[in-house]
Design a protein around this ligand. Structure first.
Ligand SMILES: [Zn+2]
Length: 527
């Protein structure tokens, strides 16, 4: 292995979750959502937060207005307004879209400029010379109004392949007009890591600071970003949780963790990096798009080890089985308790959850209980919360937050706005009985509404609990509708997500059990 390159004197970590990331299908962010996400990005320690495109999108205009009015106080990051070069055949000074960038009142403005000749001729429908004039005029106008200007050279890599002289001329024009950084964009996401260095080096000849903006269409967005950094760029763009259109943008947290933990570059405070798992999960809660368990560094499976064979070795030295200490990114090593599991892995799993299972009899009893439940169809590989509840009950720790007296649910073919299902839950909590009817779309939703409503008088904190995912597996397919069903449910309180498991002969029974465990675990941790 070669020695990691030295850290550059200045390095920009630039987040575009709120602009390019928000292009993802199914993502709809309100102004309030954007303000909350921006605060989390600031906690993560990024240098720049691209907030959106004022003037082009009313929501984004409102976001920048809210930020300027003091609703967004950033400790680390600088807010950036994004826009485009002026229209062809006009003046930047007369262009309302350019004026909207100034009205956003940010210290930094990032404008996108075309750098691929075909795009200039066919999409912009103007001449190559006019495109250069648009860049020069817009950049110098913004600089004259006191802004620091970054320029995104759109389709730069494809443009360089088609017409290298013109693509480089775009970079030169932006630099001459006063752009502080020119960002080379792999807009179509088609590059490979070994192709980056030549193109970046050619642009570096111009002498302006360069940035990189990659999309993940070849599955190489992070690798391409790191390759560009090695070739000399001092500014990286990306999004949290790989948000972005198509296959997403470069995962900014993975880029930061790679450069900081592998190269030793001090990009964000170590205490902020240690919050990365919490922050990325919290942002996923706001976007309401579940975070992939397999996401590098911060996914819940990122440091999950199949128990059994490895368990005794992991006990000796966990670093033998993981590439970094998960605590550095605020994650945890997880042991997956499966039917291959022996006592060693149950003990380790227990101690990772904070329980002392060094007593061999106790550990053996819990292992037997896990095995018996796995035989019935339960699976604790991802259902940590249900495992912890099982472990507590075997240890004699009772958590009687509430007692369910009765529940039922029915579904009709009539689809009403409030849903097609109605559930009734009767329970006793803190000595008082509560009964509540909930309506919802589907039986699980109705049960969730009813259970939450019945618990709220005794435990107002359940109002924050939200069911985010629900997975069903038929275990014995030979029996058709008589088969055993296993359901896994994810609940969140906005900061943590936990998983529970339920098993039954029908999907509603299994779902109810997982839901019941989910609320019990949430109350346990909240108390
Ligand atoms: Zn992009």
């Amino acid at each position: 292995m070669t020695i990691p390159p030295a850290a550059p004197d200045t390095f920009h970590v630039y987040d575009t979750t709120l602009r390019d990331g928000a292009q993802q299908e199914g993502m709809q962010l309100t102004v309030h959502d954007k303000l909350r996400i921006a605060r989390y990005l600031d906690q993560l320690g990024v240098g720049y937060i691209e907030g959106g495109w004022p003037g082009a999108n009313p929501n984004d205009t409102a976001f920048f207005a809210a930020a300027a009015e003091g609703q967004l106080t950033l400790r680390n990051a600088t807010l950036v307004a994004f826009g485009a070069t002026r229209k062809a055949g006009t003046f930047a000074a007369d262009d309302p879209q350019v004026q909207a960038l100034l009205d956003a009142k940010t210290e930094v403005v990032c404008i996108v400029a075309k750098s691929h000749d075909e795009h200039v001729l066919r999409a912009l429908r103007t001449t190559l010379a006019e495109n250069l004039a648009m860049i020069a005029d817009t950049v110098s106008h913004l600089v004259a109004h006191g802004r620091r200007v970054f320029v995104d050279a759109e389709h730069f890599f494809d443009g360089y392949r088609a017409n290298p002289e013109y693509a480089l001329e775009v970079v030169r024009t932006a630099a001459d007009a006063g752009a502080e950084v020119v960002v080379l964009c792999d807009t179509n996401g088609g590059m490979l890591p070994s192709w980056m260095a030549d193109v970046v080096s050619a642009a570096a000849q111009i002498g302006v600071d360069l940035g990189i903006h990659c999309h993940n269409d070849t599955g190489c967005a992070v690798a391409n970003t790191v390759a560009a950094v090695e070739a000399g760029v001092m500014h990286v763009q990306g999004t949290v949780n790989e948000y972005g259109e198509r296959t997403g943008n470069a995962n900014l947290v993975t880029v930061i963790a790679n450069l900081q933990l592998k190269y030793g570059w001090p990009l964000v405070p170590p205490s902020a990096l240690a919050e990365a798992t919490r922050i990325t999960h919290a942002i996923a809660g706001i976007t309401n798009l579940p975070l992939s368990n397999r996401q590098p560094y911060v996914g819940s499976s990122a440091f999950a080890h199949k128990a059994g064979l490895h368990a005794s070795a992991i006990k000796v030295d966990s670093n033998l089985y993981q590439h970094i200490d998960p605590m550095l990114v605020g994650n945890d090593m997880r042991m997956l308790v499966s039917d291959m599991a022996g006592r060693a892995s149950v003990q380790m799993k227990g101690s990772s959850l904070g329980y002392d299972l060094s007593n061999r009899d106790l550990a053996a009893r819990i292992t037997e209980a896990v095995k018996a439940r796995e035989l019935d169809g339960y699976s604790y590989e991802s259902a940590d919360a249900s495992f912890e509840l099982l472990l507590r009950s075997e240890m004699g720790l009772t958590d009687e937050f509430f007692e369910v007296l009765a529940w039922r649910v029915f579904t009709t073919h009539e689809v009403k706005p409030e849903g097609d299902s109605e559930a009734t839950v009767k329970l006793r909590a803190k000595g008082i009985s509560h009964i509540l009817v909930g309506e919802g779309h589907g039986p699980l939703n109705a049960l969730d509404v009813a259970l939450r409503g019945a618990l709220t008088p005794a435990y107002p904190q359940v109002d924050n609990f939200e069911l985010t995912d629900f997975r069903v597996r038929i275990l014995d397919q030979g029996h058709g509708t008589d088969a055993i069903v296993r359901t896994l449910i994810d609940l969140t309180d906005g900061e943590r997500t936990w998983t529970t498991v339920g098993v039954g002969t029908n999907v509603i029974e299994a779902s109810w059990e997982a839901l019941y465990d989910g609320y019990r675990w949430g109350l346990l941790k909240r108390d």
